[in-house]
Ligand binder design. Structure first.
Ligand SMILES: Nc1ncnc2c1ncn2[C@@H]1O[C@H](COP(=O)(O)OP(=O)(O)OP(=O)(O)O)[C@@H](O)[C@H]1O
Ligand SMILES: [Mg+2]
Length: 299
């Protein structure tokens, strides 16, 4: 089976900026691939190259076995694409715009448009120009999924969506995977990617620094956890410090600030009998993950 996406030495230079530096990537069919990286890492550049919207400086890419650049019309016919800077005809209503696209495509069950719009609570009768950022993003999501493509390529799809809609979006992605389809999405939010993706690629300064199964990432990820204990009993710092995967522990008043690597199960089991009142788990900054993979070397 050909991979859904494959790139070989894919490189893009903008003048003096090396936006993407020799990307070798293979995304098998039927998985959710999370493309993670900080601002300016080269995620959107990669996605535009995959969609044939940019010409690579060197290297090549295939999408569904088709050449990303030379066969881009065929690629566009078969994939769903949500650009990072999704803009639509502001003077059209959502209904007009999506039905216009559906007609161009010719392979859309128009009932699919209504189902998706309903699901995301999107009012199709409003002019796109009058929609809020998040609601406009929903129009972009609907057009990416409405023809039920075998591959969807999404550049920061949850940008602007409120938490409820983010959940809805993740549920949709899960359903697509269950139906055997492939989803490639970029994000700079680790927790989101961790929740939905099977495999994560981490991009930094145009270079792929790691490709890893999410399960593997979970066991290596460090999180900052704050455990606040109910008054009365002292914070059980000795017990917490003995938990095998606790890497750092600071106690401040009734709160233990813990850095933990991997699963929180043991920590919670140990802490629970001491009357934990509140648990806050902070997202680990991407830089932390990069350091995990790169030691402390620079560049
Ligand atoms: N049209 C352009 N002209 C010049 N430089 C560009 C252009 N587009 C992108 N770049 C540069 O290429 C690098 C990668 O940008 P890219 O937009 O791919 O990053 P990104 O990972 O999508 O970031 P973000 O998370 O902010 O969306 C950045 O240094 C950016 O400034
Ligand atoms: Mg981007």
């Amino acid at each position: 089976m050909a991979p859904a996406i494959a790139t070989s030495g894919l490189t893009k230079r903008y003048g003096a900026t090396l936006a993407l530096d020799g990307l070798d990537l293979e995304v098998p069919e039927g998985i959710v691939f999370g493309f993670l990286g900080p601002n300016g890492a080269g995620k959107s550049t990669t996605i535009r190259l995959l969609m044939g919207l940019l010409r690579p400086t060197s290297g090549s890419a295939t999408v569904l076995g088709l050449d990303a650049l030379r066969q881009r019309e065929l690629v566009h016919r078969r994939v769903g694409y949500l650009p990072g800077d999704f803009v639509a005809y502001r003077d059209l209503t959502g209904h007009e715009y999506l039905h216009y696209l559906a007609e161009l495509r010719g392979d859309v069950e128009t009932s699919e448009i209504d189902l998706l719009a309903k699901r995301f609570e999107l009012d199709l009768d409003r002019h796109i120009g009058s929609l809020s950022h998040g609601n406009r993003q929903k129009v972009g999501i609907v057009q990416a999924f409405m023809h039920r493509p075998e591959l969807v390529v999404l550049d920061e799809p949850t940008s602007g969506l409120d938490p409820l809609m983010q959940r809805e979006f993740l549920a949709l992605v899960r359903e697509e995977r269950e139906a055997g389809r492939t989803v490639f999405l970029s994000s700079h939010v680790l927790t989101e990617v961790e929740e939905i993706a099977d495999v994560v690629g981490i991009l930094r300064c145009g270079r792929l620094v790691a490709t890893t199964e999410v399960d593997e990432l979970r066991t290596r990820t460090r999180r900052r956890v704050e455990l606040t204990f109910a008054g009365g009993e002292p914070v059980p710092s000795d017990a917490l410090a003995r938990v095998a995967n606790v890497r750092q522990l600071d106690v401040e008043d009734r709160t233990a600030h813990v850095v933990i690597e991997g699963s929180m199960a043991e920590l919670l089991r140990v802490a629970a009998p001491f009357g934990v009142d509140q648990v806050v788990s902070n997202e680990v900054d991407l830089e932390g993950i990069f350091l995990e993979y790169y030691g402390h070397e620079e560049g």
